[in-house]
Ligand binder design. Sequence first.
Ligand SMILES: NC(=O)c1ccc[n+]([C@@H]2O[C@H](COP(=O)([O-])OP(=O)(O)OC[C@H]3O[C@@H](n4cnc5c(N)ncnc54)[C@H](O)[C@@H]3O)[C@@H](O)[C@H]2O)c1
Length: 433
Amino acid sequence: MSLLDKIKTRSAVIGVVGLGYVGLPLAVLQAKTGYRVIGVDEVAEKVDLVSRGENYISDVDSAELKEAVRAGRLSATSNFAALRGCDIVMICVPTPLTKNKEPDISAVVSVTKQLAQHVHPDMLVVLESTTYPGTTEEIMLPILTSGGLKVGQDIFVAFSPERVDPGNRSFKTHNTFKLVGGVTPACLTAARTFYEQSIVKIFPVTSPRVAEMTKVFENVFRSVNIALVNELAILCDRMGLNVYEVIDAAATKNFGFMPFYPGPGVGGHCIPLDPYYLAWKSKEYDVHARFIELAGEINEGMPYYVLAKIQRLLNQHGHCLNGSEVLVLGVTYKADVADWRETPAIKVMELLQREKAKLVYADPFTPSVEIGGRSYAAVEVTDERLRRCACAAILTAHSAFDYERIVKLAPVVFDTRNGTRNVKGKKDNVVLL
Ligand SMILES: NC(=O)c1ccc[n+]([C@@H]2O[C@H](COP(=O)([O-])OP(=O)(O)OC[C@H]3O[C@@H](n4cnc5c(N)ncnc54)[C@H](O)[C@@H]3O)[C@@H](O)[C@H]2O)c1
């Protein structure tokens, strides 16, 4: 049976390498579509959890995962040899930055090298990790074809970025436009046919490079606009204006404006990282991506701005930061998700610790954090805790926080997320970003 027939009859076996925020939901989606799915991850603990049908990603439906495992449609292993039996392999491993903000695609390279030992005719390989334009064709393709297999004839290679927005209840993988770029037209046909089985909307593009560029451009767009509104927030602070009132007023325009909101910085595995992938690659073409660098500079400066403003607020109330109790409310990178990767709250807490503030934090999604080699356990937001602190700093506006009570009891509330917007009555003690 040809690969296309196997795809259409759902008899293809799918390998998903990397069972994280992206890979596990995809693995469950493919199993639900009717394919047999083998998840491969280097972390034994994740393999064990999936093998037992236990969920660890909030965007995955636990019942669906359990059912897929029970029905024998989803299994997991750390052994790459299992990929030999797969017809389609989706790669969903991390693409972080080095300390100096250069792309670190070592996981993609390592996985591709291991896969190359098991690649066989009629196999489709799709990279889903976010990366700079050129990765699929310049880095992966030579490794996958080093044994002599011809792309577009023997094997099929494509790039299809994951665009999942963690915590978004309306748009999940199956109903978000899926970009697909194949190395050859036959690669595109194979990848497109595969995704059409489980995803409502497919948007084919002419090459993996276009798909890679589109994905990073989307995240550059967000980074630049967030930086712009962060700069506006700093200016509004100087001018004594409420930045949220300005944004809400601008958003009444029916066209040509789209609201972005300021905050203590940017977090998550995408916005703080992906733009630097493009900035790095652009230098190869004698282009210095200045918007990307500038946005990074402003967004990465926000935790320092937050620190300075907390210092100023305490000073206005006759306190110095050294020895004052600062109650940090929310540390995950965005509200109501349990993901604290790259969260600016940790940076703010590091800065507060460095200035010898007495640090306490509360976050329903984060039982403990490590700051400067010290472990902190989350505290309950009790009345006593609120009254006692010198300042409550809202860094992530989780819906579980009782903002009425926070505003009523804390002497000073520094609200970097406008979490207190619905609190009625007197809010003299609330200071916005
Ligand atoms: N998290 C998001 O919201 C999101 C959204 C869109 C795109 N992305 C992109 O998707 C990719 C994956 O991100 P994620 O958030 O799922 O990361 P993650 O860290 O949650 O998951 C990656 C998984 O890969 C495994 N892994 C790492 N190296 C491996 C190797 N050599 N062999 C086998 N397994 C390995 C890890 O153990 C982990 O389970 C990244 O490129 C990211 O930029 C993420």
